[in-house]
Write a protein that binds this ligand. Structure first.
Ligand SMILES: O=C(O)[C@H](O)[C@H](O)COP(=O)(O)O
Ligand SMILES: [Mg+2]
Length: 304
C-alpha cells in the first residue's frame, strides 16, 4: 500500500510543488457545517495568492446552488473564488438532465426530493420542476388530502433526489408514484451516507436515495462524485493538466475514488468522515496517495 502521511515541512513543500491544480471537496475539508476548519483561509490564500495555484471546489452537497456556495465562501471570508471554480452535485445533476437526458424544456418537469440548491440549478438550466421545498409537502401525508397525490403530473419525466433536510413520508410517497412509471428517469445527486457537522455525523443524501430505491425497487443514476461526468466538466471548463492535479477529500468512496478514477493524485484529510483506521481497514480498496490530519496542516507545517 503506497501511501504517505504528510507530517513534516519537507513533505508539505514537496507535496505542493507537484501540483498546479487543487480540487477541494468542501464538507469535512474546507468547513464542517458553517464553521471553517482551522487554517483553511490561510492555506487557500497561500496557495492562490502566493503560489498562484488553480483552486477548484467540488462538493457533493446539493442543498445549495453554486451561487449560494459563492455567498457561503464570501461570508466565511474567502473572497477570491469565482462561480466557475465551484462544481457541486446539484449543478452536475442539472447538466445531466439537460444535456444527457435531453428533456424537453417546454413540456417536461422534474419532481425534486431535495432543497433549494437543486431548485436553483434546475431554474438556471431552464428546467421546470415541482416538489423540493414546496411547503405543501411538509403537511402530514394523507392520500385523500395531498394536493400532490391527487394531482400527479403526467409531464414529470424525471425524479431527482438529493440531501433533503425536510425529508418525510409525504415526499417519499409522491416520489414513489412517479418512480412506478417506467418511463420516468431516476436521478440522484450523490450517494454519501453521512456528512460531518462539528463532532457529529449526519444522514447524507444516500439515506434518502436508498429509501426511494427500496420502495421503488429501482436504482438511481448518481451525478456527484465519484461519477466522472463532473470531472469531465471541470477539465473542459479549466483545461487542466491531470498530471499536475490533486483531489483533496474526506471521504474514500466518493472524493478519493473520484480522484483516482480521474487519474489525479489524491490527498485524504482526517478532519471529516474517514479516519486513519478506515484507510488501513481490510475492507478498504480505495487508497489515497497521501493523507494528512487536516488541510490547514499544510500551512502550519510550512510556516511553523
Ligand atoms: O449529501 C451529503 O451527504 C452531503 O451533502 C455530502 O456528503 C457533503 O458533500 P462534500 O462537500 O463532502 O462532497
Ligand atoms: Mg466531504
Amino acid at each position: 500500500m503506497d501511501i504517505s502521511k504528510i507530517t513534516s515541512k519537507e513533505q508539505a513543500v514537496g507535496f505542493l510543488n507537484q501540483f498546479d491544480n487543487f480540487l477541494f471537496d468542501c464538507d469535512g475539508v474546507i468547513w464542517s457545517g458553517n464553521t471553517l476548519l482551522p487554517k483553511t483561509i490561510e492555506i487557500l490564500t497561500y496557495l492562490k495568492m502566493e503560489l498562484h495555484k488553480n483552486l477548484i471546489f467540488v462538493s457533493n452537497n446539493s442543498t445549495k446552488s453554486r451561487e449560494e456556495y459563492l455567498k457561503k465562501f464570501r461570508k466565511l471570508g474567502i473572497n477570491f473564488i469565482n462561480k466557475n471554480e465551484i462544481f457541486n452535485s446539484s449543478f452536475a445533476s442539472a447538466i445531466y438532465i439537460e444535456k444527457i437526458l435531453n428533456v424537453n424544456k417546454e413540456t417536461d418537469k422534474v419532481f425534486v426530493i431535495g432543497m433549494r440548491g437543486i431548485e436553483g440549478e434546475l431554474r438556471e438550466a431552464g428546467i421546470k420542476y415541482i416538489g423540493g421545498e414546496d411547503i405543501r409537502l411538509d403537511d402530514k401525508f394523507s392520500v385523500e388530502e395531498s394536493e400532490y397525490f391527487q394531482n400527479l403530473d403526467p409531464s414529470v419525466k424525471v425524479v431527482l433526489a438529493g440531501l433533503d433536510l425536510n425529508i418525510n413520508y409525504h415526499r417519499l410517497a409522491i416520489g414513489l408514484q412517479y418512480l412506478l412509471r417506467p418511463e420516468v428517469f431516476f436521478v440522484s445527486t450523490n450517494i454519501d451516507s453521512t456528512f460531518p457537522n462539528g463532532k457529529f455525523k449526519l444522514p447524507g443524501a444516500g439515506t434518502m436515495i436508498k429509501a426511494l430505491e427500496t420502495c421503488s425497487n429501482r436504482k438511481s443514476i448518481s451525478c456527484g462524485k465519484p461519477n466522472l461526468n463532473m470531472m469531465k466538466s471541470i477539465i473542459k471548463e479549466h483545461n487542466i493538466d491531470i498530471s499536475r492535479s490533486v483531489m483533496v477529500g474526506d471521504r474514500l468512496n466518493t472524493d478519493i475514488k473520484f480522484g483516482k478514477l480521474g487519474g489525479l493524485s489524491t490527498l485524504l484529510v482526517l478532519s471529516g468522515i474517514c479516519s486513519e483506521e478506515d484507510v488501513f481497514s481490510k475492507d478498504n480498496d480505495v487508497v489515497p496517495n497521501y493523507y494528512i490530519n487536516k488541510l490547514g496542516d499544510l500551512y502550519e507545517l510550512i510556516h511553523e
